[in-house]
Design a protein. Structure first.
Lengths: 303, 298
């Protein structure tokens, strides 16, 4: 049972990660910085609950603010580079964040034991949930409430002008600019929002896994983060969720019996998927086919 | 005064060692920049293909006791084949405008090659033969390692041959034409796909040599070298200006020197942080790199 709860938790956290990248890809910014924001959120929340003994909600809130703040700052230089250069810059940022945490050493003695991030040894003993008597399924529900709220928020904003503005900037910045949209504000806002959501994911991750290691926050994680929205397509948030279910549920766990050969298959599958469906598994074409097959009527004027 | 002189010698020694080692980064950077110049896309699997070639060369050494020159040759050829395979799997069939899908596909290629290497070698690092390892020149207070000089010279020769091919042969002409404007090139009868695959193969040759050079200079070949090499290669290509070969060369030497200086002053844990910070500085103040064409801010 615990195994499945763990899996469900991982799916939830990765969904949040994917959604944070989704927001950015909507505006045309492919950001590999989500792993960095994830790490910042994780370490901030963990430091707050472990060293300063804050409660979980305030710690998560503060972590979201910190990673959102860093994302805001990253958004400005990100404006100067576009396309693939942004990918490079954000990879560099994520690596910088990872190396920063690799070197972070802040040990505090409490009740006779040393706690806190220990540089290269990682950050162990993030025991907020255990110490406060949370049961495993309570953690899962707690986590998924956040996921549901974020998904609902993004889904709702997609139906309003916010979604249209984000997508307009993503499609064609010049055209969006000429209709009066302030492209700078939109892009930085998207980056900040992405940072907030990634920070949320990180803070939940830190407490769920109780032990942080810099090896988690690599380019690989950042690749996963953008893989979900790319694979799931950009039409709506459920594409990302399904992509997470597919990759984490089916590939990572379901093919666990393949042992070491999983990563090989994973690499080959990515190549195959990108060649067959370069616009994602749930691009507009597929959704149209699905809608026609299921006989769902659509309001006129939309795809 | 004595101490200052000693420190000065140490630092310049570090810089010169770094510069020589930087020729490996220069070659990898040139490979990235070639592919970016030709297709406007970043090939994330490039360093993996380079190291894969180096492994093939090592296999040649281990299995048939090949002399070092042949090892380098096998590395170059194997990496060229891998490069072509990457082009075929990750770039050929994806629509030209879709940068994202090509990027993801090449990341998939990176994972794939890395995992194959890990499986074949069971994940353990292997020793790579080095040439002139025991040669050591002394010039005044400075010492220069023979194997680093060897690596530097190979880098010079490879770059020279590359520039010759690019600027003095019809193949190079076709590559540059496709890089400039692929529609016009097609109208002139140049096959875009065949030219691009040749570009990938040439970049692969450079990568294989660079991979073998890195392994020879460090003495060890291990799959964990892939991601750092990829990142450093991209950093070098960006600092030099994407699409500019002289830029990549100079940036490679520069990064090599800088990296060693940071290593000397701050130790290995923080070294990579400063290299990445260097990239930031460039991206903020000079996003087109040292020699790239100016990127205008719309």
């Amino acid at each position: 049972m615990d195994y499945y709860l763990n899996l469900i938790n991982t799916i939830g956290i990765h969904t949040l990660l994917g959604l944070s990248a989704y927001l950015l890809i909507l505006t045309g910014q492919v950001s590999m910085a989500q792993a960095g924001f994830f790490g910042i959120g994780a370490y901030t929340a963990a430091i707050l609950t472990v060293i300063f003994e804050w409660s979980i909600l305030s710690a998560i809130g503060a972590a979201m603010l910190v990673s959102g703040g860093v994302a805001f700052l990253v958004g400005f230089p990100a404006l100067r580079v576009r396309g693939l250069m942004l990918v490079v810059a954000t990879i560099a940022f994520s690596e910088f964040a990872r190396m920063f945490f690799y070197n972070l050493k802040w040990r505090v003695v409490r009740d006779g034991a040393e706690i806190g991030p220990d540089g290269t040894m990682g950050f162990a003993e993030i025991r907020y949930f255990n110490d406060n008597g949370w049961l495993n399924w309570e953690v899962t529900i707690f986590l998924w409430v956040f996921v549901a709220v974020v998904m609902a928020l993004i889904w709702w904003s997609d139906k309003t002008r916010i979604g249209a503005v984000l997508r307009a900037v993503g499609e064609d910045e010049l055209a969006a600019d000429s209709t009066g949209i302030n492209v700078t504000v939109v892009k930085i806002a998207a980056m900040t929002a992405g940072g907030v959501v990634a920070g949320l994911a990180g803070s939940l991750y830190a407490h769920q896994v109780t032990d942080l290691d810099h090896h988690t926050f690599t380019v690989l994680l950042a690749t996963f983060a953008i893989a979900y929205p790319i694979l799931g397509g950009l039409s709506n948030v459920f594409g990302t969720l399904i992509a997470v279910l597919f990759i984490q549920g089916l590939l990572v766990e379901g093919l666990r019996f393949l042992g070491d050969w999983r990563m090989l298959l994973f690499g080959a599958l990515i190549i195959l998927a990108m060649n067959i469906k370069p616009l994602g598994l749930f691009d507009n074409q597929t959704i149209r086919i699905l809608r026609n097959a299921l006989g769902v009527k659509r309001r006129s004027g939309s795809v | 005064m004595e101490d200052f002189w000693y420190e000065f010698v140490e630092v310049t020694q570090t810089i010169s060692d770094g510069l020589l080692f930087g020729s490996t980064y220069a070659l990898i950077g040139v490979g990235f920049t070639l592919i970016f110049g030709a297709m406007g896309k970043l090939n994330m699997a490039y360093a993996a293909a380079a190291l894969g070639g180096a492994y093939a060369g090592l296999a040649g050494f281990v299995l048939i006791k090949a002399p070092l020159v042949l090892v380098f040759g096998i590395s170059a050829v194997a990496a060229a084949v891998l490069g072509y395979a990457i082009y075929f799997a990750c770039f050929r069939f994806i629509p030209i405008n879709n940068h994202l899908a090509a990027l993801m596909a090449s990341v998939g290629g990176l994972f794939f090659i890395d995992e194959v290497v890990v499986h074949v070698t069971r994940g353990s690092p292997l020793t790579f033969p080095s040439m002139f390892g025991d040669v050591f020149f002394e010039i005044g207070p400075y010492g220069i390692r023979g194997d680093l000089i060897f690596v530097f010279v190979i880098g010079l020769i490879s770059t020279g041959i590359l520039l010759y091919i690019l600027f003095k042969t019809r193949l190079g002409l076709a590559t540059r034409a496709v890089a400039q404007q692929d529609v016009a090139a097609r109208l002139c009868g140049i096959g875009v796909h065949s030219t691009n695959s040749v570009t990938f193969a040439i970049a692969g040759v450079l990568g294989g040599i660079a991979g073998a050079m890195t392994a020879a200079a460090v003495g060890v070949l291990s799959p964990v070298m892939t991601v750092p090499l990829t990142i450093k290669g991209i950093i070098v290509a960006v600092i030099g200006g994407l699409g500019s070969i002289p830029g990549a060369i100079i940036a490679g030497l520069f990064v090599g020197g800088f990296e060693n200086v940071f290593l000397y002053f701050r130790g290995i844990d923080e070294r990579d942080m400063y290299v990445v910070a260097l990239l930031f500085l460039f991206l903020v103040f000079r996003p087109n790199g040292l020699f790239g064409t100016a990127i205008t801010r719309d």
